[in-house]
Design a protein around this ligand. Structure first.
Ligand code: SF4
Length: 297
């Protein structure tokens, strides 16, 4: 991207009231940048802001992201489906009270006309909700900007917050293996989350945070134009579909996010906790693949 184009984008964002901080390197030619996460990191110059040491009430910990801290799962293909299940648990991905969301304020800025570079800058400089105070960096999303598959999860965990990329750690490795089983590389899909900033202590996203962040994801979907959205986990499914139905009842059906077909499945972190559900998730992936091929409508 040329200096002039980036300056024009910065001027557009500043005209929209968005404060744009651009590092000295960004004024140089960065046209060889491949991923949104890389570009976003280039654009962020604010130093990491660590969580406050002040005592806070015990957080509600997200089941979806608490697993993203261990060693990698190196199995490939459908071997991820056949692992022995551990002790069963009745724990499930906690959902949100969707009924509270309709009264929340709209996103602070209109980003519906932004292209990828402007959108990345808007996300990296966003202070629309309190999460900007505790994030290390924003987690924009990664992958093919013209992908057929869009994978949407919940929110960054500790590893994602540090690395600036969604779905890393053990859950990310399992997601990679699930994609490989479909004949897809991670780079061939676009991966994003409902929230772009990490909730402290892996607590659940709050409704007001989701409402403020929603426009970014909507714009990403509009730009990618995927053939299918795979909503992984309850938080993603509930907020994309505006329902609070259990994932077990949402999966196996074709939903829509706007005009885009959407399939619900379990979050990889949940599958790490309950491998006996992997076969159901594999069925969901095959169902989504049929949607991509135009065999389901
Ligand atoms: Fe902005 Fe979303 Fe981060 Fe909140 S979570 S500060 S709305 S980018």
């Amino acid at each position: 991207m040329t200096v002039t184009t980036r300056q024009q984008q910065a001027a557009r964002l500043q005209a929209m009231g968005i404060q744009v901080w651009v590092s000295r390197e960004v004024t140089e030619d960065t046209s060889d940048l491949e991923t949104p996460a890389e570009t976003a990191r280039e654009n962020v110059v604010a130093p990491p802001v660590l969580p406050s040491a002040e005592p806070e009430p015990p957080p509600v910990v997200s089941e979806a992201r608490v697993e993203n801290t261990g060693a990698g799962n190196t199995q490939v293909d459908t071997a991820w489906v056949d692992e022995e299940p551990p002790l069963p648990t009745d724990d499930f991905m906690p959902g949100l009270d969707i009924s509270e969301m309709s009264s929340q304020p709209a996103p602070a800025i209109d980003i519906s006309s932004l292209d990828w570079p402007e959108l990345q800058v808007a996300v990296s400089s966003c202070t629309a909700c309190e999460l900007h105070k505790t994030r290390t960096q924003t987690v924009f999303g990664v992958g093919d900007h013209a992908a057929e598959w869009m994978i949407i999860g919940e929110a960054p965990g500790a590893d994602e917050d540090q690395q600036g990329e969604p779905f890393v750690g053990r859950a990310g490795q399992l997601l990679n293996n699930m994609l490989k089983a479909l004949g897809l590389q991670r780079e061939q899909v676009f991966i994003a989350n409902i929230l772009k900033c990490r909730p402290p202590e892996n607590r659940n996203p709050q409704p007001e945070e989701i409402v403020h962040c929603e426009a970014f994801l909507q714009r990403q979907v509009a730009l990618v134009k995927p053939k299918v959205i795979l909503a992984v986990g309850g938080v993603a499914a509930h907020n994309l579909l505006k329902v609070d139905t259990a994932v077990s009842k949402l999966r196996g059906q074709l939903h829509h996010y706007g005009e885009t077909p959407l399939v619900v499945t379990y979050h990889p972190a949940y599958l790490l906790r309950k491998p006996s559900e992997k076969r159901k998730s594999w069925a969901d992936l095959k169902f989504a693949a049929a949607v991509v091929r135009g065999e389901q409508s």
